[in-house]
Design a protein around this ligand. Sequence first.
Ligand SMILES: [Cu+2]
Length: 134
Amino acid sequence: MKKILGIVLGCLLFSGVAWAHDGEYQGVHFVKPQDGAVVSSDVDVVMAVRGMGIHKAGDLVQGTGHFHIIVDGGFVPEGEVVAKDITHIHFGKGQVEATLKLPKGKHRLTLQLADGHHVSYGKAWSQTIQITVQ
Ligand SMILES: [Cu+2]
């Protein structure tokens, strides 16, 4: 039984998706663009979270955070501060929509939730998608 539980937990961790006790999905995801989308160079992004609140950066409020998009990178491990550079975009005002200008080609976008001090909530609070910019 323990082994089966371990496998199930492992699968949930691997998929980057967590489930609350009531069976409600929790985590973050791109509402837009969708995984595999082919888009123009002004990429409209809509971000969503379930199971945590959105709050502006600077204040440390338990159970809340703000979004980050990492371009052509990956999730930031739990407890690590999200870098601030051209490939790590912070939405510190609590934005849930943005327009990104990306060069043509295939790109990997990672949505990452982190706390008010930009400390990552880890893989369980991230989603990575692939898009193609035309
Ligand atoms: Cu941040």
